[in-house]
Design a protein around this ligand. Structure first.
Ligand code: BGC
Length: 773
């Protein structure tokens, strides 16, 4: 049981050096080298540099909200570079860095938040002095985003695009130094034009938000202590307007029509005629300080699956890692398809020059089948259409080192399912040629109501439960059974349920007060029956304990960086370490990973999410879930589903086709559920095709449980806008942060809450509690 002090015997691991080193290692592994003309990087042999931009001191370790963490320190880029200077690797022009550092310090003292400091105007004399000192300049740019707010994509917005002040600084540096290197400390996609096609900028490193040691990890890559091996998990387009989702992102606060359908990210850019020219850096792309080639490539069809193997050889001069990616090109058929779909990948270990590693990838055709929601081939089924299939292995979505072709003679149905979560308010969907077809929409469908009187009050209950520790006992004081009897197999769960009254059952379906250092509430808390209060905790970049609780934890890099590692074993290792911290601090349910798809660059929480691609997301997140749950705790994979916008997040309707939902937005969850067995899933705030996710029976019961075989618990997100009984009826077992016991009990009496659904939910809560070590 978490919180029992089992770790008393051991050295404390939360925020330990060991974990911080792991965070640094992960950070450098996911950074992506976008440009490197004339081998400008790595900086070697005591190179003299000047570092520009307030972002060198205003380091953004990760995003805000529940994905934030409290740490003992955060290492900025300039601090990271200074460590390298002490090691004699580089020489920094101090006056410029001191200027920025002092300025940022002053702004922080005035209350400006991390990442929000405005770019100052650099005094001309400092620029001149720096120019006399060296010919190499690093430009730093940072971005912050967080929960409940989306980003912007307008010229000079200081978000997707550079601000006017940043532009001025960038121009000044470009005009004065021979070797200019751009470093981006961001959590999502930003504009790259200012360095991409400008010969004055020779190198660019996408350093992401790298956690508490992100500044040092950035320096590790810049000086060549680490050879960059991160590969893009998102397509970087030439500008914001190039993303098809940009057009209507802000059309309404009440809904978003996913009109680009399945053509999200590279599925759009690599497929639709003319779109490929709008790509600045393709999906899967990333440079290295060394070079690789593929040898002995072999595809083999084995029954239903295809196996690929090859040797990846380092043919360059430095040690490094490489990522091998396999894409499938399926025939357009009757349904139309993305030109390419990622179906397999793996990453090598560090290879010394001249060395090679044999890699093997198993490819499952399910991942390149199509979901037919129109009935052109077979209604509501996953199908492989007749035609030629080509598998291509390479180092990014456009690269091909080996390929394999085979034919499917006739249309093949893989799984026949049934219509679920069909759209009402979607008016058009994109086809693979980029045109749209009109969808028959019914705008008169009933919208979910938001009635505050039916909801629990949002509260941040500061009260610490004194009953937080419940020793396991077989019998309560007056002889009634406790959960331990069920745990030991001496009593069935149904028998145990029989001794609980309705009020107690409903209590178990409502969030419970915090104890210890928890802030996001617990579940259970029925001492009389030996049911402990298991605490939950955020979040995706490390255990989040609020500052006032006084516990520093390890901040790992943001999820997008983790996805760019393409390294499932390192993701698992980091997740295990984070899970240890959760356990050690007395929590049992970790509210991570967050795996919504990067539909648009503007979603304020993209930093918490992995990628535009569901396969990469699903595989990386599965590794994370396995790592976390190895600690005996539960994780809560979130936000299920289609939570791709923060504006009006509790009442915004995501309107999309069944096909887009299944192939893009549910796929990563499906992979996780089937491969990693998360103990809990968190339903999302938003509405999906007219029904709130947390009250959507077709989603939570029919798809999640019946189709995918999920056996765990579904929790709501914190204070959804749906009455609790509707959620329970749909298969959403638990209402967090707190529930509404009185209203829910009344709903039971009124016959609105289904008794059987309630009992099932209670059983799931109890099973979850018993499954936590
Ligand atoms: C977020 C969740 C988070 C929860 C608890 C909600 O606002 O959407 O991701 O886990 O709060 O902090």
């Amino acid at each position: 049981m978490p919180g029992t002090g089992l770790y008393n015997q051991r050295e404390r691991i939360t925020g330990s050096e060991q974990h911080i080193n792991l965070s640094r290692r992960a950070a450098s592994e996911g950074m992506v080298l976008l440009k490197n003309e004339q081998n400008t990087l790595p900086l070697e042999n005591g190179r003299k540099i000047a570092v520009f931009g307030k972002a060198q001191a205003d380091y953004v370790k990760g995003g805000g909200g529940s994905g934030d963490t409290t740490t003992a320190y955060v290492r900025s880029i300039i601090e990271g570079l200074e460590i390298k200077e002490k090691e004699g690797k580089i020489e920094i022009f101090k006056p410029v860095s001191d200027y920025y550092r002092e300025y940022v310090k002053g702004e922080y003292q005035k209350g400006v938040g991390v990442g929000f400091v405005k770019e100052p105007q650099l005094p001309q004399n400092l620029l001149d002095d720096a120019k006399n000192f060296c010919d190499t300049a690093i430009i730093t740019i940072c971005r912050f985003s967080g929960e409940e707010k989306d980003r912007t994509g307008e010229a000079f917005d200081g978000d997707f695009y550079l601000s006017r002040e940043e532009t001025a600084m960038v121009e000044a540096v470009k005009n004065n130094f021979k070797n200019v290197i751009a470093v981006l400390n961001t959590g999502g996609v930003t504009d790259t034009l200012w360095f991409r096609n400008d010969a004055r900028v020779k190198a660019a490193l996408l350093a992401w938000q790298g956690g508490m040691e992100g500044g040092l990890a950035t320096a590790d890559v810049l000086v060549g202590d680490v050879c960059p091996s991160g590969r893009l998990a998102d397509t970087f387009a030439v500008n914001f307007d190039a993303y098809p989702s940009s057009e209507n992102f802000f059309e309404s606060e009440d809904y978003v029509e996913y009109t680009e359908d399945i053509y999200v990210g590279y599925r759009y850019f690599e497929t639709v005629p003319g779109a490929s020219e709008k790509v600045a850096y393709p999906f899967g792309f990333g440079l290295s300080y060394t070079a690789f080639e593929v040898e002995n490539a072999k595809f083999e069809k084995k029954d239903e699956k295809i196996e690929f193997s090859c040797d990846i050889k380092n043919i360059g001069k430095r040690a490094g890692k490489q990522v091998l990616q396999v894409y499938c090109e399926a025939p357009q058929g009757k349904l139309g398809k993305p030109k390419k779909v990622l179906v397999g990948f793996c990453k090598t270990e560090v290879l010394e020059p001249g060395r090679s590693e044999t890699v093997k990838i198993e490819i499952n055709p399910y991942f390149y089948s199509s979901y037919d929601d129109t009935g052109k081939v077979c209604k509501s089924a996953y199908v492989l259409e007749a035609g030629k299939y080509t598998l291509k292995a390479g180092f990014d979505v456009r690269d091909c080192r080996a390929s394999f072709e085979y034919e499917i003679k006739e249309d093949t149905v893989l799984y026949r399912l049934s219509e679920k979560c069909a759209p009402h308010g979607l008016h058009k969907r994109m086809l693979s040629d980029g045109s749209y077809i009109t969808v028959k929409a019914d705008d008169s469908y009933p919208k979910p109501v938001y009635d505050e009187s039916l909801l629990p009050l949002e509260y941040g209950n500061p009260e610490e439960s004194s009953k937080w520790y419940m020793p396991w006992r077989a019998w309560g004081e007056d002889g009634h059974p406790t959960l331990l009897r069920v745990f030991k197999g001496k009593m069935s769960l149904d028998e145990f349920l029989g001794v609980l009254d309705d009020e107690q059952k409903i209590h178990l379906l409502c969030g419970q007060p915090n104890r210890g250092v928890a802030e996001t509430f617990g579940v259970g808390n029925l001492e009389y029956y030996g049911i402990p209060n298991i605490m939950t905790a955020d979040g995706p970049a490390g255990l989040r304990v609020p500052q006032y609780k006084g516990v520093n934890t390890t901040a790992f890099p943001c999820a997008t960086l983790m996805a760019c590692m393409w390294n499932t074993s390192l993701a698992r290792e980091a997740a295990f370490a984070g899970g240890q911290e959760v356990y050690e601090n007395g929590m049992g349910i970790w509210l991570t990973p967050a795996i919504n798809i990067h539909r648009t660059p503007l979603c304020g929480r993209n930093f918490e999410y992995y990628s535009e691609d569901p396969f990469l997301t699903g595989k990386m997140a599965s590794a994370v879930i396995c790592g976390i749950q190895e600690n005996g705790i539960a994780c809560s994979v979130k936000h299920f589903a289609c939570n791709n916008k923060e504006t009006n997040r509790k009442d915004s309707d995501s309107r999309l086709s069944e096909r887009a939902m299944r192939e893009i937005y549910l796929k990563a969850f499906e992979i996780c559920v089937k491969e990693a067995h998360p103990k809990t899933v968190m339903s999302s705030y938003n509405i999906i095709n007219g029904t709130r996710a947390s009250t959507c029976r077709e989603l939570l019961t029919d798809i999640l449980r019946k189709e995918w075989g999920f056996e765990g618990l579904v929790t709501s997100d914190w204070w959804t806008h749906a009455p609790q009984w509707e959620e329970i009826n749909a298969g959403n077992d638990l209402k967090m942060g707190n529930g509404s016991p009185e209203l829910t009990l009344q709903a039971l009496k009124d016959g609105k809450l289904d008794r059987e659904a309630m009992n099932e939910s209670v059983k799931r809560v109890l099973k979850l509690i018993m499954s936590i070590d």
